[in-house]
Design a protein around this ligand. Structure first.
Ligand code: SF4
Length: 676
């Protein structure tokens, strides 16, 4: 049976795989030994079903009188180009908003779509990073001048896992952590739920959702009070330490217990364990970002890493070395127009894109101008953006929606034109692993031809560009030509990369580079105090603010909605809104569930498996209750991405982190009642 080496792109871990092909069909996949990440998870077993699903969209479709009918690619391009031209002429190019999903959409395709957006002239280019890891990237950059990764090695004496459950979200990382734990490394878990990893940890802080900044400031308080910090590093390489000392003074373990529910004794033990077992690494999860105080939370944790002297050392937290692909932006066409909704200048400065949540109200109220068309690529906003009832109204009010995806989704149903995308085995990708802690790049192999009439994704947007009259900007006919162009900036040839299916190492991991060049921040130091934050009107020091919706900030609301909902924990079965239609995975997790503590459930007469109604200020959903001891009695939890119990009906788009615009997905006031 022929075997082709490729990469699994069912989640952002992107494991190396050997793909076994039989009669032109994907038969199975196994881990590719020569790739650094090859412990495959359950999802990989569903790859053949994903690729060959009979539910795939395999032709361009156009909606006529509420029903989709097949059209040719030529017709699709002609109709999209004509409508987008008309909208640009009538309302200006900024009347188009683009939203690109990740990781479904490969990096090179994102770059081509970005190029198309520049040429069209819209400032409104957004991606799934409006809710994903870019807030943390921004925060790390603001504080330390680069993206920090945990450097798990035999040197690591302590691992702090904060707001993530690698056993569900990054199984290969979980294996590494378990391995180091067995070798004697300390393990600390900070999570509102008692996850399986928390059960194995030396210390578990079961904090109140959204209070991470207060806990980080409390840990800093103990490190400083007990002189467990790295004085030499702090003196030479940090900016604003004296002001931090004043800032954290009041965050005694006792006050932190009141705010976070974490016992003062546990706060002290965690600080002492982290401070005395060097090198220590911290892995931050998305939970910190999904908060209205998220940027400050990851600024506080970055500060903790630096003050403890764990930054840029082997076994601690290190910078991912840079690899620059050729920029496909069209500099002379980049518009200076403001984005729709509110402007978040620091987010744009560090991520080079706009954030989409403020656009929800912006579009509904034509603020500051009308949006008439939406181009959605590999994303399902009706399940993934906050406040679904409002998002639905956004889509209903648009003049034109084009969407590219693999399957019919809640959002696809709202489209005027649907385009068939490809899975990762029907195309080639160029994947950089730096944010996973490996400075390698992989060019994946296309294993089979695109299914039906689907096209390799980047070609769709290049061809649309040609139809719109931008042909000179899309000279590449084949993927190899595009990739060769993208690698030019790094001085690499495609052949070099092709010879290394397990990854071409483009840079060695280096430590303490700051000794030569300083940190990549305005002061050249770790910026505990950020002048840039101050200039933009944000708190310049890591500062705790109550979540916008919490029993403390909204005591009035908490009377009616007494529970805190954590919306959107990751699962090892699905990925965001994807894969519910794959039988192998559905078998594993057949339905959406609400995790609720037995005490809380009993009070409302809810038994295990009963249907419950969950309500918030925004709306209500019905979902089956699952009674679990592992959650705090005042907290409930449910996954996002289920059409039949869409948790984003309950979440809020209006109260956002002031710097990143991320919504507070992880702290939503709600009430739960039994459905009789
Ligand atoms: S962790 Fe699983 S889904 Fe993610 S890339 Fe690896 S095998 Fe695929």
């Amino acid at each position: 049976m022929p075997v082709v080496k490729s990469i699994c792109n069912m989640c952002s871990t992107r494991c190396g795989i050997n793909v076994h092909v039989e009669n032109g069909q994907i038969a199975s996949v196994t881990g590719m030994e020569e790739h650094p990440v090859h412990d495959l998870c359950l999802r990989s077993q569903a790859i053949p079903e994903l690729v060959h699903s009979p539910e795939r969209i395999t032709n361009p479709l156009r909606k006529v009188s509420g029903r989709f009918e097949e059209i040719s690619w030529d017709e699709a391009f002609d109709q999209i180009a004509a409508k987008l031209s008309q909208i640009r002429d009538q309302h200006g190019p900024k009347a188009l908003l683009v939203h690109v999903g990740i990781p479904f959409v490969a990096t090179h395709t994102q770059k081509v779509i970005r190029r198309f957006s520049d040429l069209y002239g819209t400032p409104n280019y957004t991606t799934g990073s409006s809710f994903c890891s870019l807030a943390r990237t921004m925060s790390y950059n603001l504080t330390c001048g680069g993206h920090l990764c945990p450097d798990y090695s035999d040197d690591t004496r302590c691992m702090l896992i904060w707001g993530m459950n690698p056993e569900e979200s990054f199984p290969s990382q979980a294996n590494t952590i378990v391995g180091l734990r067995e070798k004697g490394s300390k393990l600390i878990v900070i999570d509102p739920r008692t996850t399986s990893m928390a059960k194995e940890a030396d210390y578990h802080a079961q904090l109140r959702p959204g209070t991470d900044t207060a806990l980080a400031l409390g840990l800093l308080n103990v490190l400083i009070a007990e002189e467990l910090y790295d004085k030499a590093f702090v003196d030479e390489w940090t900016f604003g330490f004296e002001r931090l000392v004043e800032q954290v003074e009041k965050y005694t373990p006792q006050l932190v217990e009141e705010i976070t529910w974490v016992p003062a004794k546990t706060v002290m033990k965690i600080a002492e364990t982290y401070g005395t077992n060097k090198p220590a690494s911290i892995a931050l999860g998305i939970s910190l970002d999904h908060s209205t105080n998220g940027i400050q939370a990851s600024r506080a944790v970055s500060t903790l890493i630096a003050v403890a002297g764990n930054i840029d050392i082997a076994g601690g937290n290190v910078f991912a070395p840079g690899f620059r692909q050729t920029n496909l932006r069209v500099e002379e066409k980049i518009t200076q127009d403001k984005p729709v909704g509110a402007d978040y200048p620091l987010f744009t400065k560090y991520t080079l894109e706009q954030t989409v949540t403020p656009a929800i109200d912006g579009i509904l109220h034509d603020e500051p101008y009308p949006i008439k068309a939406l181009l959605v690529v590999g994303a399902n906003p009706l399940l993934t953006w906050p406040n679904t009832n409002k998002v639905k109204r956004v889509f209903e009010g648009l003049e034109f929606v084009v969407l590219a995806d693999l399957f019919m989704t809640d959002t696809a149903e709202m489209a005027d034109i649907l385009l068939p995308g490809t899975t990762f085995l029907e195309r080639q990708d160029l994947i950089d692993y730096r944010n996973r802690g490996f400075p390698i790049i992989v060019k994946t192999n296309q294993v089979i031809e695109p299914i039906g009439n689907s096209w390799e994704d980047w070609k769709i947007w290049a061809q649309l560009g040609r139809k719109m009259g931008y042909g000179e900007h899309f000279p590449w006919k084949e993927t190899d030509e595009l990739f060769a162009h993208l690698l030019k900036e790094a001085g690499l040839s495609l052949d070099q990369i092709k010879q290394n299916p397990g990854g071409f190492p483009y840079a060695p991991q280096r430590y303490q580079e700051y000794l030569e060049n300083g940190f990549n921040t305005p002061s050249g130091k770790v910026e505990i105090f950020s002048e840039l934050m101050k200039q933009h009107g944000y708190d310049p020091l890591p500062t705790f603010k109550e979540p916008a919706e919490s029993p403390v900030s909204r005591a009035d609301l908490a009377e009616k909605y007494p529970l805190i909902l954590i919306a959107g924990p990751r699962t090892r079965v699905y990925y965001h809104s994807q894969y519910r239609n794959l039988p192998r995975l559905r078998e594993e997790m057949p339905e959406p569930l609400l995790e609720i503590h037995p005490e809380t459930a009993k009070r409302d007469g809810i038994g295990d498996g009963d249907m419950a109604k969950v309500e918030s200020l925004r709306g209500e959903i019905k979902v089956k209750a699952k009674l679990v001891e592992d959650i705090h009695p005042k907290v409930v939890c449910a996954q996002h991405g289920w059409s039949e119990a869409n948790i984003n009906v309950l979440t809020d788009d209006e109260n956002r982190d002031p710097t990143s615009a991320y919504p507070g997905f992880r702290s939503v006031l709600c009430r739960v009642t039994k459905i009789q």
